[in-house]
Design a protein around this ligand. Structure first.
Ligand code: CA
Length: 516
C-alpha cells in the first residue's frame, strides 16, 4: 500500500475552485491518476495548479473562491495551469468597497494565557532585554559598530540580564530632502525603532553634529519615556572629543550606564495581551496560502481573543484582496484608513512607473504562484478572521489592541524594520521557498509551508505547517502550536532557530522621499 506521501494528492481550497495544487514533493508525472479519477495530461510541478474541469479561453480560473485570472487558451481537465497562460485581472477599485460590519465584541475572550516579559516605564513589555544604540546618520555607523563590538566583548559579560547590544544603523540622515513629502516615514521609523519595547523604552543616540536629521528631530525629548538623569546623546563633532578613542570611550561610558539600568530588570508574569505580534511572509509558494498562512491566521485569532495586538502588513500583497478586508473593518474610519493606505501605495507605485505586477518574484512563480491575486489571497490568510480594529501608516507606532493593519511594503527586511518601529515584540514569518531571515530586535518564529522544506532546513525552520497539506494535522492544531510557541519564545523559555545562529538581517528604512 502507498503511504500518504506517495499517493497522488492535490489541495482544493474552496468548493467553487476549478483548479487545485499538487501536494507531492517533486511534482507528478504525466498520466498520474488521482483517487477521484482526474488524470494529469502533462507533468505538473509541486505546488502548481491542475485544472479540475475543462476551462475555456477567456473563462475565469478560480482559486480561494475568487477569480485569479482569465485563461488565455483552452485548458483541458488535468492540464497544468501556470502563469504563462493566465491574464492578470484588474485590482478592485477603491471607490466602491464594502465597509464595516465586523464586531470584535462578538469574539469569545481567551483568558489565562501569560508570558514572562520585561515591563517598561511606558507600559510596553519587552520579550528581550536589549541595549539599543540609535544613530541619526550613516556617517557615525562604522564608529558605533566599532564601539558595539567592544561593548559586547568588554562590558556585556558584566551585565548577564542584558540579552544583546544593537546598533540601529541605516543609510538615512544626510543628503536627503528632509522636508519633502514622504520624509516623515524614515524619520518616524528611526524614532519608533528607538522606542521598541525590547529596548527597554530608553534609547541612546549617537549623532555626528552637522547632519540634516538632528537628534531633536529624530527623537524629541517629549517622545522619551526615559530617566532624564542619564545622558542619552553622544555627538562625535563636539569639542570634547579629541580623537577617535575619545568618541568610542564616550559611547561606551554612556552605554555602560544604560547596561547597569537594564541589568536590574527581571522578567515578570504578563498577560498575553501585552504581546505585539507582527506577521509576515516571504519566499511564498502556492502552499503558503493553504498551510502556513492559515495556521498563522489561527494563531492570530487566538492572540486577538487573548487581547493582544496582531499586525499584518505588506500593502502590495493585500491590495488585490482589499474588498475582503474593508468588509472586516470594525468601524467606517478603519475602512477608510485601509483605502487611504492602498491609494497612497497605488500612487507611489505609479510614480515609479511600476504596478502590482512587479510582485510576485520569480521564486514565487516557480513555487506555483501565478500572479499577485493568487499571492494576495494566500497572504491575507495570515491575518486570520478577526475584525480589523486599526490602521497605521508606515513606521507609525501602533497603540491599539486587536488586529491591526500596519501599512508597509512587502519587502521582507523593509516590512520587518517597519513592524519593529510599530512596536512589534514578536515576529512570525511564513515561507514556502525558504529564507534564513531573522531580526536582532525581536524573535522571529519561522513557519514552513511544506514538510520538505521543514526537513531540509530543520535547523532554520521552527514550525512545519506542511503537515496540513498531507492531512496529518489540522490548521487549528498547527495554529495552536504557533500560539504556544509565541508564548514560550516571548518568555525566553525557547529560542528560535534564527536567534540560535544569530541570523539578524539589517535594518532597511522605507524612504519614499528624494535623496539629494
Ligand atoms: Ca514579505
Amino acid at each position: 500500500m502507498q503511504t500518504i506521501e506517495q499517493r497522488p494528492l492535490y489541495v482544493k481550497v474552496h468548493p467553487a475552485d476549478n483548479v487545485a495544487i499538487v501536494v507531492n514533493e517533486g511534482g507528478l508525472p504525466e498520466g498520474t491518476r488521482f483517487e477521484c479519477g482526474l488524470k494529469l495530461l502533462e507533468p505538473v510541478p509541486e505546488a502548481h495548479k491542475v485544472a479540475l474541469v475543462d476551462i475555456r479561453r477567456g473563462e475565469s480560473v478560480v482559486r480561494y473562491g475568487v477569480n485569479i485570472g482569465h485563461a488565455e487558451q483552452d485548458i483541458a481537465r488535468g492540464g497544468w495551469v501556470h502563469e504563462g497562460i493566465l491574464t492578470l485581472p484588474e485590482a478592485p477599485h477603491l471607490d466602491d468597497l464594502p465597509i464595516g460590519g465586523a464586531d470584535r465584541k462578538k469574539l469569545t475572550p481567551l483568558e489565562g494565557f501569560t508570558f514572562e516579559g520585561f515591563l517598561n516605564d511606558d507600559g510596553s513589555v519587552g520579550t528581550k532585554n536589549i541595549l539599543g544604540i540609535s544613530t541619526t546618520v550613516q556617517c557615525v555607523a562604522a564608529t558605533v559598530d566599532y564601539a558595539v563590538k567592544r561593548i559586547k566583548a568588554e562590558l556585556l559579560p558584566k551585565y548577564p540580564n542584558v540579552d544583546d547590544v544593537i546598533a540601529i544603523t541605516h543609510v538615512y540622515g544626510c543628503g536627503v530632502a528632509i522636508n519633502a513629502p514622504g520624509s516623515e516615514i524614515p524619520i518616524r521609523t528611526l524614532r519608533n525603532l528607538s522606542l521598541n519595547p525590547n529596548l527597554g523604552g530608553a534609547p541612546l543616540v549617537v549623532s555626528l553634529g552637522c547632519e540634516k536629521l538632528q537628534p531633536a528631530q529624530m527623537l524629541p525629548i517629549s517622545s522619551l519615556p526615559i530617566l532624564s538623569s542619564v545622558p542619552y546623546i553622544v555627538r562625535l563633532q563636539d569639542e570634547e572629543h579629541q580623537s577617535f578613542g575619545d568618541m568610542v570611550a564616550a559611547i561606551m561610558e554612556m552605554a555602560e550606564k544604560r547596561l547597569a539600568q537594564l541589568n536590574g530588570r527581571t522578567r515578570t508574569t504578563r498577560p498575553a495581551s501585552d504581546l505585539v505580534v507582527g506577521v509576515q511572509c516571504g519566499g511564498s509558494d502556492a502552499f503558503s496560502g493553504v498551510t502556513a498562512n492559515p495556521a498563522v491566521g489561527h494563531a492570530a485569532d487566538l492572540l486577538v481573543r487573548a487581547g493582544a495586538t496582531v499586525m499584518f502588513s505588506e500593502v502590495t500583497e493585500v491590495r488585490d484582496a482589499i474588498h475582503l478586508l474593508t468588509a472586516r473593518a470594525e468601524t467606517e474610519q478603519v475602512g477608510k484608513d485601509l483605502i487611504r493606505e492602498m491609494a497612497w501605495y497605488d500612487a507611489y507605485l505609479q510614480r515609479g512607473s511600476a504596478d502590482r505586477s512587479a510582485n510576485p518574484t520569480p521564486g514565487n512563480k516557480r513555487g506555483g504562484l501565478a500572479n499577485i491575486v493568487e499571492k494576495a489571497m494566500g497572504s491575507i490568510a495570515k491575518a486570520g478572521t478577526s475584525p480589523i480594529s486599526g490602521v497605521f501608516g508606515p513606521g507609525e507606532r501602533v497603540t491599539t489592541k486587536g488586529l491591526i493593519f500596519a501599512a508597509t511594503p512587502a519587502s521582507d527586511f523593509v516590512c520587518g524594520t517597519l513592524q519593529l518601529a510599530a512596536s512589534m515584540n514578536m515576529h512570525v514569518f511564513t515561507t514556502g521557498r525558504g529564507t534564513p531571515y531573522g531580526l536582532a530586535m525581536a524573535p522571529v518564529i519561522k513557519v514552513a509551508s511544506r514538510t520538505s522544506l521543514a526537513e531540509r532546513w530543520a535547523d532554520l525552520i521552527d514550525v512545519d505547517a506542511g503537515t496540513i497539506a498531507t492531512g496529518k494535522q489540522t490548521i487549528e492544531e498547527v495554529g495552536e502550536t504557533i500560539f504556544r510557541m509565541i508564548l514560550d519564545v516571548a518568555s525566553g523559555r525557547k529560542q528560535t532557530c534564527a536567534d540560535h545562529w544569530g541570523l539578524h538581517n539589517e535594518f532597511a528604512l522605507f524612504n519614499p522621499a528624494p535623496i539629494t
